[in-house]
Design a protein around this ligand. Structure first.
Ligand code: ASP
Length: 348
């Protein structure tokens, strides 16, 4: 029988009703005790490493979780991490970068309803997560409501529904159907031995554009010492160019050594700043397009990349390199094919 370790970190799955609302309180042993069917899947060991509402999770916690996983992985066939859903996509993205060449399954899960409540989705999610971990499929995954999603592609899309996560800009890695784990993507085997790489620089800011935004915010972010700025532009990655001030502020930041990346406010299809003049102008000001990466992946990747280099050319090279399936090197071709397909469909 496979041996799987649960590392619990808190979240709704571990929450109870306290005087001031839901707070994580259950320990890893409590979670395991409440899902006795696990004994039919694998041998289980567990450890509580944090007990946080994931809203309170900080970059230092990602390092701690990654280190805890790597310390234990050799002794187990896989690891399940129970985690709050609200920032799970940030953690799963960052773990995907930090757990380099991972050769076993690391599976994050949680629930929308506390495990102590009747009808909680936590029971199913825990069972599914252990079933996936026991397959040994290499990689970091989020398993939730039957979906198996690559860690760097997960986005929380519902704040209340049980189907909380989507796999964004990549098909799901698979599904758990009853007690069967069905992968829909081929396994990707690591090319070299696994290692922990927790170097990062958390001085990254995510700025969502609104019409009429004051360009001095970009200067303020730079003056506060941020080394990376991710701008959520409009649509395909547009940044207003009818006023020169935003572009000038981007250029000032780039010239001062800030890595400026553009993502999109649209959940699906990604961005390419090479399409419209409102994107090309941002590119000329020194911003980099992030194509089909999720905003969670862009932010955590930029922190991780800046932990390795602050050289602008190297940062740009690393941002566009695919480390764990977070970016599709053929994105532009795929996007053109999609646009053609849509216009052919409209004409038909
Ligand atoms: N606020 C909770 C958390 O992220 C929500 C959840 O777990 O579903 O920890």
């Amino acid at each position: 029988m496979k041996k799987i370790l649960l590392l619990s970190t808190g979240g709704t799955i571990a929450a109870v009703h306290g005087a001031d609302g839901l707070v994580p309180a259950l320990q890893a042993e409590d979670l395991i005790a409440m899902v006795p069917e696990l004994a039919g899947i694998c041998e289980v060991e567990c450890r509580s490493i944090l007990n946080l509402d994931s809203t309170n999770m900080h970059p230092e916690d990602w390092k701690f979780i990654a280190t805890s996983i790597m310390d234990e992985l050799g002794a187990y066939d896989g690891i399940v991490v129970s985690h709050g859903t609200d920032t799970m996509a940030f953690t799963s993205s960052m773990l995907s970068f930090m757990l380099t060449n991972i050769d076993k399954s690391v599976v994050l899960t949680g629930s929308q309803v506390p495990l102590v409540e009747p009808g909680s989705d936590g029971r199913r999610n825990i069972l599914d997560a252990f079933s996936v971990a026991a397959t040994g499929r290499p990689g970091v995954f989020v398993v939730f409501n039957g979906k198996i999603i690559r860690g760097c592609r997960a986005v929380k899309v519902h704040s209340a529904r049980l189907d909380a996560f989507s796999s964004v800009n990549q098909s799901e890695a698979g599904r758990v159907e009853g007690s069967n784990v069905v992968f829909r993507q081929p396994a990707e085997l690591p090319v070299s031995p696994r290692h922990l790489d927790i170097r990062m620089d958390e001085r990254v800011f995510l700025l969502k554009l609104v019409p009429g935004i004051d360009a001095s915010i970009i200067d303020f972010i730079r003056e506060k010492g941020y080394k990376g700025l991710v701008i959520e532009g409009f649509g395909a990655g547009g940044v207003p160019n009818s006023r020169q001030d935003l572009l000038d502020a981007i250029r000032r930041s780039v010239d001062a050594g800030v890595a400026v990346c553009i993502t999109t406010q649209c959940l699906y299809d990604g961005c390419d700043i090479g399409i419209y003049d409102v994107g090309i102008a941002a590119g000329k000001a020194g911003a980099v397009s992030t194509f089909d990466m999720t905003p969670e992946a862009v932010v955590t990747k930029l922190m991780w990349v800046l932990g390795h280099s602050h050289d602008p050319a190297e940062v740009q090279r690393m941002m566009l390199e695919d480390y764990c399936g977070e970016i599709d090197p053929g994105y532009r071709t795929r996007l053109s094919a999609l646009v053609r397909e849509i216009s052919d469909g409209d004409r038909a």
